[in-house]
Ligand binder design. Sequence first.
Ligand code: NAP
Ligand code: GDP
Length: 322
Amino acid sequence: MKKVLVTGGTGLVGKALEEVIKQQQPKDEEWYFAGSKDADLKDLMATQALFDKVKPTHVIHLAAMVGGLFHNMNNNLDFLRHNLLINDHVLQTAHKHKCTKVVSCLSTCIFPDKTTYPIDETMVHNGPPHPSNYGYSYAKRLIDIQNHAYHDKYGHSFTSVIPCNIFGPHDNYQPEVSHVIPGMIYRMHKLINEDEPDKPESEKVFTVYGSGKPLRQFIYSLDLAELMIWVLRNYDSVEPIVLSVDEQQEVTIYEVAEAIAKAFDFKGKLVCDVSKADGQYKKTASNAKLRSLLPDYTFTEFDKAIKSSVEWFRSNFDQARK
Ligand code: NAP
Ligand code: GDP
């Protein structure tokens, strides 16, 4: 019987994994979803106590300090230190517990800022990341170095996945922390339901931060969960693997705002505020490696996934992280 510990099990991706596992009901796997209340993984003793309690044979390591562009820009030191500590504690404790496999999470935003496109798994360490999120990026890049070092010294099967931007139910909607999709969902909900109550909706203006021109690939959290479970069960390499939608599925930030407006049936106007940062212009990633192994995987259509995410937020407004 496999015992799978999911660190970060209470977050966006952790909750999606829990949902997919609930549907699959695997007979030969027992899953434990841990949040920061179970253990603060910045603390080595707490990390060890969690592993002593759960006794995992496998780990999906999601726990991290995570946030959107503006949160990263203001907190590079914390992103670096917290994530270095969390990752070192989890990987070293998994080693001590003789875990068969660990799948950790990198991100397409940790790649070199100046690069050729599309980016792929071989390019993670090729040059400095975008200055907005160097703390997060260097901490994440070191997971790949650690995985190789554990493999070289002990032959461990510690690997990593590289998702593009993720969204879905149970996202983090806190305005100062959130990524673009949960940030926009919360702001549009507030604009429609709370702000300027005397104004007709058709006269309300929704602000898209930045120029609206940057390009992003977005994966629905439930699709990512399915792919991560496949990686845990079937992918046997230390080298990272990009888990992203296809390159043609890349959208502009303005198109994201339009999709969210459509899901809310928002009647007002969208206006870009160019005084706000754009961040990286694009980070187009190739999923060719994934496609070579899983050619027929169908990603949930973007508009449909946005609609489900907006519906989840509306129905779970009270419990949502905001
Ligand atoms: P999230 O919703 O913010 O969840 C973060 C999770 O980490 C939560 O379960 C949180 O626990 C846990 N956590 C944070 N600090 C912790 C600590 N000190 N000790 C123990 N647990 C801690 O993040 P997510 O979006 O699901 O991200 C999952 C993974 O995907 C991360 O490794 C992230 O870097 C990566 N990723 C995310 C994106 C994206 O667009 N969101 C894109 C690419 C990669 P509590 O909630 O219980 O405090
Ligand atoms: P990134 O993909 O790592 O850069 O992070 P985000 O998910 O935070 O996306 C940032 C992009 O979305 C930038 O171009 C922002 O200017 C733009 N954006 C537009 N509105 C928002 C918003 O409400 N929140 C955030 N975080 N970004 C926004």
